[in-house]
Design a protein around this ligand. Sequence first.
Ligand SMILES: Cc1cc2nc3c(=O)[nH]c(=O)nc-3n(C[C@H](O)[C@H](O)[C@H](O)COP(=O)(O)OP(=O)(O)OC[C@H]3O[C@@H](n4cnc5c(N)ncnc54)[C@H](O)[C@@H]3O)c2cc1C
Length: 295
Amino acid sequence: MRAIQYAAPTTVDDAVALLAEHGENARILAGGTDLIVQVREDGRDTELFVDAKGIPELTDLTVSADGTTTLGAATPCYELYGNDNFCAAYPAIVDAARIIGSTGIQGRASVGGNLCNAGPAGDSIPALIVHSAICNVAGPNGRREIAVEDFCTAPGRNSLEAGEMLVSLTLPSPPPNSGTHYLRFIPRNEMDIAVVGAGAFLQLDGDSITAARIALGAVAPTPLFVQAAGEALIGQTAGEAAFAAAAEIARDTASPIDDMRGTVAHRKQLSYVLTQRALRGALAHAQGGTPSNGH
Ligand SMILES: Cc1cc2nc3c(=O)[nH]c(=O)nc-3n(C[C@H](O)[C@H](O)[C@H](O)COP(=O)(O)OP(=O)(O)OC[C@H]3O[C@@H](n4cnc5c(N)ncnc54)[C@H](O)[C@@H]3O)c2cc1C
């Protein structure tokens, strides 16, 4: 057993100073539901946990006058589905927050931690992509923004540079007549990692689709923004024919691996099926209803 130091800064500047002082041996601790397991298992030379939960900016959930929401990176999942306004505005993120682990895990686990962990199957990441989230990052050279679809770079790796941390996510105000949905396939009812996950965003003018975004999880080294599938939907009538055509693009874009959870063929087929279900769910939200299909 070895001792790991613990620091609880109350400002982003203090946290960044600690990261600068300790280099790669300092790790940001949000909920700890990935980090504690990893540090136990891989024996990395972690010498300091920098607790993010004492920094107000990292646990804020603020809606500004223009409807844009700022979601602190360390805000636990349960606070999202416990917030009616957030549920109405960002249903796909709420879909993901409700299925990460269990109720106990959701009491600690954050969307920011899920994103920074950069797992290919991280449930919140396709949901953040379809909501066009922007990552607000702080580091030794000040602050910068990264589009969420560019944040993950490889399994377990992200585009944060040395000494940088994720502060928050900016979520654009949902446009009128729009909706989103995220769902995944797992072989059990709960507490498993997605074999495939799919998220969709749709905006409508009557029956016609004016904007769309689709993202997949667990079918590539990083969560995948399937831009071409969304673009193919624009101008189409919202319904089964258009959804099937977009799902074909999603299936053909997916480049999964065979592993103990599923084969390449299974994951390709799931990409096709789940993309259509995510689109049906997004359509139901856009039309003011609730998706009938589960996770
Ligand atoms: C039993 C169990 C079930 C799980 N089920 C699921 C599941 O169904 N779906 C799923 O996607 N995941 C699942 N997970 C994984 C985990 O719970 C999620 O990834 C969770 O969202 C991580 O959030 P956290 O706040 O606990 O992150 P932490 O563990 O605190 O951090 C994760 C990583 O991100 C870094 N980090 C955290 N915050 C920041 C920041 N602000 N800036 C820079 N780096 C940061 C940490 O240093 C660490 O490397 C499960 C885990 C367990 C233990």
